[in-house]
Design a protein around this ligand. Structure first.
Ligand SMILES: Nc1ncnc2c1ncn2[C@@H]1O[C@H](COP(=O)(O)OP(=O)(O)OP(=O)(O)O)[C@@H](O)[C@H]1O
Ligand SMILES: [Mg+2]
Length: 456
């Protein structure tokens, strides 16, 4: 994570730059003048400074000189006013990385900042990554980027949002951040937001006082107190209801919690790592996720790539899981046939690493030779199906005579169902095709076409 310090006496300019850069994944700290900037530099690890030149108090050029005195290698980009080319020249002479003149365009400033930060960016080497993160398998550049990111942000107290498809290893990344943090000896407490009913959520997060509601038979600490001094892992954060989102936001802002039924506030000191497999930007656009909460949580966003995007890691992962399940199941299978591996390399893995792990586990269990053969790979097999899905699918079958369904065949069954549903909707809608189409959530044209086809 790259942290940028923005120094400008004009608030609108600070806000504008901040929004722009946060959107691009940078962490941003702002300062209203040179004094504040120096204070911020003393307190934080800053990778880049963007500073106005004309400011009351310490001028931008003086600030530049002080930064260059203290820490030679922090690049500084100066913002110069429209008609003062001398400022720009002076800035470059004094060691500025570059300058941009007001009014500047967005692309220009982005590209200058991008090249300045790339110069300081160092990527972790494979061997180093293996030593630092033995439990996370992956050597491709996608994972190396993530390791590098974990390494850099773990020691900071910044909140982290990990996002990516299901089964990509988000929880592993969260654990790794905690392990590499300064608070690694303190608790890492996970909570799965989707698994807790809304009425219990507040108490799960903030605790409760004995007797505050039916069932509160003793005091409860709640997540934040359990994790005090350490890391709270809020998994599936996208599932939080609006009410809880608001309460959580308040806690993040004030760093204080009040247990349900309690009167006293407690100060908390917890690093928050949140994870989601939803696209929170979309959730925000749809009004389902609070934007202010998002920015509090996603100070550092980390995207974990899908397995499809890093297929070169498949052989390593296979080897890792073969080892794991051979040992676990007391077998001696340490190899996969080259054709079986080819099959895996060509597969899409909608369930990502978790699915690959399941496939190998099953393969090891089923295999009677000492090498995994393609016939024992069940791709997209029953393990991939979520339990709810299969329950839903058999409900329809259970309500009918299974043999008769197979006898009639898929097309006839679907057509009959379609016909009877449309007929029902038409009846309900008093024969209005427009209304029936609304009921069935199809277009008017499509309904008219189908009604004609089935002679309704
Ligand atoms: N890079 C990896 N190396 C080794 N094992 C991995 C890796 N990524 C994921 N796994 C394994 O895959 C399984 C799923 O990982 P994890 O629970 O971290 O995924 P997730 O992204 O949190 O998924 P979900 O969104 O469904 O909660 C776990 O058993 C984990 O150990
Ligand atoms: Mg998870």
């Amino acid at each position: 994570m790259t942290t940028i310090l923005i120094v400008d006496d004009e608030k609108s300019m600070r806000d504008f730059l901040k929004i722009l850069l946060v959107k691009d994944g940078y962490e941003v700290i702002v300062a209203g003048d040179g004094e504040q900037a120096l204070a911020a530099l003393g307190k934080n690890r800053i990778d880049l400074v963007v500073s106005d030149i004309r400011m009351p108090g310490i001028s931008g050029l003086e600030l530049l000189a002080k930064i260059k005195d203290e820490s030679e290698d922090i690049p500084v980009i100066m913002i110069t006013a429209f008609a003062s080319p001398n400022d720009a020249v002076q800035a470059m002479k004094n060691g500025a990385y570059d300058y941009i003149s007001k009014p500047f365009n967005v692309d220009e400033i982005k590209s200058v900042i991008h090249s300045a930060t790339n110069q300081t960016e160092a990527t972790l080497k494979i061997q180093q990554a293996e030593e630092l993160f033995p439990e996370i398998i992956g050597k491709g550049k996608e994972m190396l980027k993530i390791f590098d990111m974990i390494n850099r942000i773990a020691p900071t107290p910044a909140n982290v949002l990990i996002y990516g498809e299901s089964g990509t290893g988000k929880e592993l990344v969260a654990q790794a951040i905690h392990k590499k943090s300064k608070v690694h000896a303190r608790p890492f407490v996970p909570i799965t937001c989707s698994a807790i009913p809304e009425e219990l959520m507040e108490s799960e997060l903030f605790g409760h006082i004995k007797g505050s509601f039916t069932g509160a038979i003793s005091d409860k600490n709640g997540l934040f107190k359990e994790a005090d001094g350490g890391t709270a892992f809020l998994d599936e954060i996208g599932e939080l209801t609006p009410i809880i989102q608001t309460k959580l936001l308040r806690v993040l802002q004030e760093r204080e919690i009040k247990p349900v039924g309690g009167t006293k506030q407690f100060t908390i000191d917890v690093r928050i790592i949140a994870a989601t497999n939803r696209i929170l930007e979309e959730e925000m656009r749809a009004g389902r996720f609070r934007e202010d909460l998002f920015y509090r949580l996603a100070v550092v966003p980390i995207r974990v790539p899908s397995l499809r995007e890093r297929k070169s890691d498949i052989p390593l992962l296979v080897e890792h899981f073969l080892e794991k399940y051979s040992t676990l199941l007391g077998k001696e299978i340490r190899e996969i046939s080259s054709y079986a591996l080819e099959v895996l390399m060509g597969y899409d893995f909608p369930g990502n690493v978790r699915e690959l792990e399941n496939i190998i586990e099953r393969g090891v269990a089923l295999e009677s030779t000492n090498i995994i053969l393609p016939e024992n790979l069940s791709l997209g097999g029953p393990l991939q199906t979520r339990r709810e899905d299969s329950a839903e699918s058999s409900a329809f079958v259970a309500a009918h005579d299974e043999e008769e369904l197979f006898e009639r065949g898929l097309e006839t069954v679907v057509a009959d169902l379609e016909k009877s549903l449309i007929s029902h909707a038409l009846h309900k809608a008093g024969n209005s095709k427009t209304r029936a189409a609304e009921l069935l959530k199809v277009s008017f044209r499509s309904l008219r076409y189908k009604a004609k086809k089935y002679d309704l």
